[in-house]
Design a protein around this ligand. Structure first.
Ligand code: SIN
Ligand code: MN
Length: 296
């Protein structure tokens, strides 16, 4: 078993590599994640940030509130409802990385804006994503990853995503299943337990302690425009926002086209499990530059 706790104590410049390089693939396969510093430039980030307020304003079944209903926790299905997020989901820099790391054509399985609001942005407990998609939707194999695009600067205090390097190599870990009440969520459908701070599937405590002790924990902090790519079996979590600064992330889960769940197995709504499994056709690289018009 590897012991890379010291090595993984922080993101270092060697992690800032192009997604197209063989080195990036090696790091991703070894660690279960890859950090791409400043993948998007400040003017592109501004274009994307311009889509946040209207996305948060609307209240629909795609909106998940924190226990404090004054705060939005997440908005799902953003790539199907907001042209700027639609363009980002199809951006060639993300698609090239996803195709390379998953070794095949990809489609967007799920998208969301995660807010981690100031004074109340709540935690995500330690979990793996694949177990949700396997059990809830019938995803056949762990051939999916999530790209978290930083729309704010992410620091040590505003609730960065924390990860255990190498945890993806053990497959689906021993986990606890929580089927109890979700106080604050009234009569929400059962799938709310996949989206709140009281998650349905969390990593069992002894398993977490073993892995964290052996492999260490890293947090993904960096400037707006940076991107964290992580495997669907990588153990991850995030704490509450302790700072006066928001931590808005746009997250796109890419699944391999040949790994789409059988249509008859999918019961969750389309804003949680995209029904369009056609391979993504990337848009132009400069689509988020402010002077250009977005495709309709
Ligand atoms: C996730 O686990 O899907 C997101 C975690 C976060 O936004 O901090
Ligand atoms: Mn997750």
């Amino acid at each position: 078993m590897r012991n890379e706790r010291a090595e993984h104590s922080a993101f270092r410049p060697e992690r800032v590599v192009l997604a197209s390089s063989a080195r990036a693939l090696d790091l991703y396969q070894r660690d279960g994640f890859l950090f791409l510093d400043s993948l998007f430039a400040s003017d592109e980030v501004e274009t994307l940030r311009g889509a946040i307020a209207s996305t948060l304003e609307g209240r629909s079944e795609r909106t998940v509130l924190e226990v404090d209903p004054a705060m939005v926790r997440s908005v799902y299905g953003i790539h199907e409802h907001e042209p700027r997020f639609a363009a980002l989901a199809r951006h060639p820099r993300l698609i090239a990385a996803a195709r390379q790391l998953l070794d095949g054509e990809v489609y967007v399985y799920q998208s969301k804006l995660n807010c981690k609001a100031v004074f109340g942005g709540d935690l995500w407990p330690w979990h793996q994503d694949f177990v949700f998609w396997q059990k809830e939707d019938g995803m056949p194999a762990p051939r999916a990853l999530t790209a978290a695009v930083f729309l704010d600067d992410v620091t040590e205090t505003n609730g960065p995503i924390a990860l255990i390097p190498g945890s993806h190599t053990e497959g689906v870990l021993v986990h606890d299943t929580y089927g109890g009440p979700q106080p604050g969520y009234g009569s929400a459908p059962a799938w709310i337990a996949n989206l709140t701070a009281k998650l349905k599937y969390t990593i069992e405590k002894d398993t977490f302690v073993r892995l964290a002790t052996t492999n260490g924990i890293v947090t993904a902090s960096g400037g707006a425009g940076s991107v964290l790519l992580f495997d669907c079996n990588t153990a991850h979590a995030s704490s509450v926002n302790l700072s006066p600064y928001p931590r808005t992330l746009a997250l796109f889960t890419y699944n391999r086209v040949d790994n789409a769940p059988a249509a008859e197995r999918i019961h969750r709504p389309s804003f949680l499990v995209s029904r369009n499994t056609e391979p993504i056709v990337p848009v132009a690289d400069d689509v988020l530059r402010p002077t250009l018009r977005l495709p309709a």
